[in-house]
Design a protein around this ligand. Structure first.
Ligand code: HEM
Ligand code: NAG
Ligand code: NAG
Length: 339
């Protein structure tokens, strides 16, 4: 058993290496981002975003999670280019109604509010993609997470990537290998993936995304060896009855401290109590050799987690589509391409 596990780990390791080499060519050029991009054109940008985010998070800490997730879904589809913010129009199919996003993304009105304030302070200057990046940093900070400097200078796309939401975004019922490959495809490592998953220390998941985990035989098929505790399980079941009407009922992914950005998410995984299957995979999958070690490390040491999370967030924020720099723009309204 031990040696078969070992060889599985080795095969996985080689697969990851091979995939990293294939995908690294897709991200050869560094994006031209700088920390002082708006220094002369909009010196108040950071202060304005922070103020609006303070109000939003003070009125409801959930708003921090909404913004953080929006930034993630923006960056994984055509790079961080504000494409996730575009509404459907006659000539453009946005990403909001794609199966992986519909009913699952909120927080657009917070972005609108920030954009309005910025348009009156420094018109047509700050891109919506940059707004999301700064707002995501502030969101994390405001609920107790780390601070990091945010490279700026992204442009907004004139197109959206409806089909890419299907291929690029990871989902709740996905296996570890598949999730890893989606991160490698973006130029992000296994370490980045495990650290960024720590975002699930805040926010909620809908019943439809964990019903299989609490009722189905997922527990057996994905090799879980840590069943959910009976008390926790019965709480989850009462909020997520096995009927269609409860699909959108929500539960916290970190039931210990749902509104606090800390490392308790990883401690929950070690107890086998990850709410969505993809999270528990990081620790309990038969292939979880490297990821299991990282989960244990971050569960043990919040500082190490914060440092890696900060670095990985910058890396995720660096994902760009070179085309956007040539053909991109600064939208006046984050929901629509300029006319
Ligand atoms: C590793 C692969 C990932 C998978 C499979 C995944 C999947 C999910 C799922 C299924 C939900 C619940 C959504 C719903 O039920 O409506 C969710 C919520 C969330 N995700 Fe992820 N996610 C992943 C990575 C990330 C990353 C990298 C970030 C950000 C850095 C992130 C941030 C969030 C946040 C903040 C929420 C809560 C949103 C809310 O409260 O509405 N996730 N994720
Ligand atoms: C992100 O991009 C900036 C500039 O474009 C670069 O200086 C920085 O090293 C990159 N950071 C990471 C973690 O990739
Ligand atoms: C979940 O949805 C069901 C409807 O199917 C409802 O009766 C129940 O009150 C909801 N539970 C929670 C905790 O919201």
């Amino acid at each position: 058993m031990a040696s078969s596990l070992h060889s599985k780990g080795l095969i996985l390791h080689c697969l990851i290496l091979a995939l990293s080499i294939v995908f690294s060519t897709l991200h050869a050029s560094e994006p031209p981002l700088t920390l002082d991009y708006y220094k002369s054109t909009c010196p108040a940008v950071l202060e304005i975003v922070r103020k609006e985010m303070e109000c939003a998070v003070l009125s409801d800490p959930r708003n921090a999670a909404l913004i953080l997730r929006l930034h993630f879904h923006d960056c994984f589809v055509q790079g961080c280019d504000g494409s996730v913010l575009l509404d459907d129009t006659i000539t453009l199919q946005g990403e909001k109604k794609a199966p992986n996003n519909i009913n699952a993304l909120k927080g657009f009105r917070i972005v609108d509010r920030i954009k309005n304030r910025l348009e009156s302070e420094c018109p047509e200057t700050v891109s919506c993609a940059d707004i999301l990046t700064i707002a995501a940093r502030d969101a994390v900070l405001l609920v107790g997470g780390p601070y990091w400097d945010v490279p700026l200078g992204r442009k907004d796309s004139k197109t959206a990537g409806y089909a890419l939401t299907e291929t690029n975004l990871p989902t709740a019922d996905e296996g570890l290998l598949s999730i890893i490959s989606k991160f490698l495809y973006q130029g992000l490592s296994v370490t980045d993936m495990v650290a960024l998953s720590g975002a699930h220390t805040i926010g909620m998941a809908r019943c439809v995304n964990f019903r299989n985990r609490i009722y189905g035989d997922f527990v057996a098929t994905s090799g879980f060896n840590n069943p959910l505790s009976q008390q926790y399980l019965s709480n989850l079941k009462s909020g997520c009855p096995p009927v269609k009407g409860s699909d959108n009922n929500e539960s916290a992914m970190d039931y210990v401290s749902p509104n606090l950005f800390d490392n308790s998410y990883y401690q929950i995984l070690i107890r086998g109590e990850g709410l969505i299957n993809s999270d528990q995979e990081l620790y309990s999958s038969i292939l979880a050799i490297e990821t299991k070690k990282l989960v244990a490390k971050y569960a043990e040491n919040p500082i190490v987690f914060f440092e890696q999370f900060s670095e990985s967030m910058v890396k995720m924020g660096n994902i760009t589509n070179p085309d956007t720099y040539v053909n991109g723009e600064v939208r006046k309204n984050c929901r629509f391409v300029n006319t």
